[in-house]
Ligand binder design. Sequence first.
Ligand code: CO
Length: 226
Amino acid sequence: MCAKLEKTDSQHITYESLLQGNKDWVAATLQEDPSFFDRLSAGQKPPVLWIGCSDSRVPANQITNTNPGDIFVHRNIANVVVHTDMNMLSVLDYAVNVLEVEHVIVCGHYGCGGVQAAMSNKQFGIIDNWLRNIKDTYRLHYHELDIISDPKKRTERLVELNVIEGVFNLTKTSIVQNRWSNGKTLSLHGWAYSLETGFITDLGVTCNSNDHMANVFRIAESAKKA
Ligand code: CO
C-alpha cells in the first residue's frame, strides 16, 4: 500500500510493471487475508452500482475506501446516462434485477475533460456525438449557466447538472420504475468528486420513488415490460 502511495506520476508504468504489480498485489493480499480469493471467487453481492467517468483519477473503490466485491461499476467518458445506451441499460438491468443493488450512484467529477470539451465549440472527433448529450443538458439549463461569469465555476456547475440529469434519466427507465412499483428498495444518488481535495459532495438529488417525476415520464402499469 505504501509503495502505491509513493507513486506520484505514471511515467514509470510499463507493460511489464503491470504484471509484476499484479504478482505483488496477490502476494500482499494473501499475506493479509489468506482466504481473500476463496471468498471473492464464490460470488458477488455488491450493494451499489457506480456510474462514473472513465477518468483514471476517479476509481470507484479507492475514493470510497472499498474493496473488490463491494461496487458494481460502469464508467464512460463524462459519466453520461442516456437511455439509448444499451451498455448502460444492460449494466443497470443486471445490477438492479440480478444483483439487487440498493443504491445507484452517478458520480461526476469537477475538472472533467469531457464536460469541458462539451462546453467548447471545437471538434474532437467521434466523441463529439457522445458529448452532445452534455450540450443538451447545457441547453436545458442555459438560463442558470450563462449568467455564471467565471468559466471554471460554470464548468463545475455543468458537471453537477450532468450528474443530476443522469439521475433523472435513470428514473425514466422501465428498469428503475418497475423496481419501485414492485415495492423494492432502490435509491438513486448524484455525487460530484473533487480532484483537488479528494472529497465527494452529495448533490442532494436522491430519488427512491417516482412521486416527484414529471407525469410524462411515468410508465403505466399495463405498459410495463422488463
Ligand atoms: Co471526467
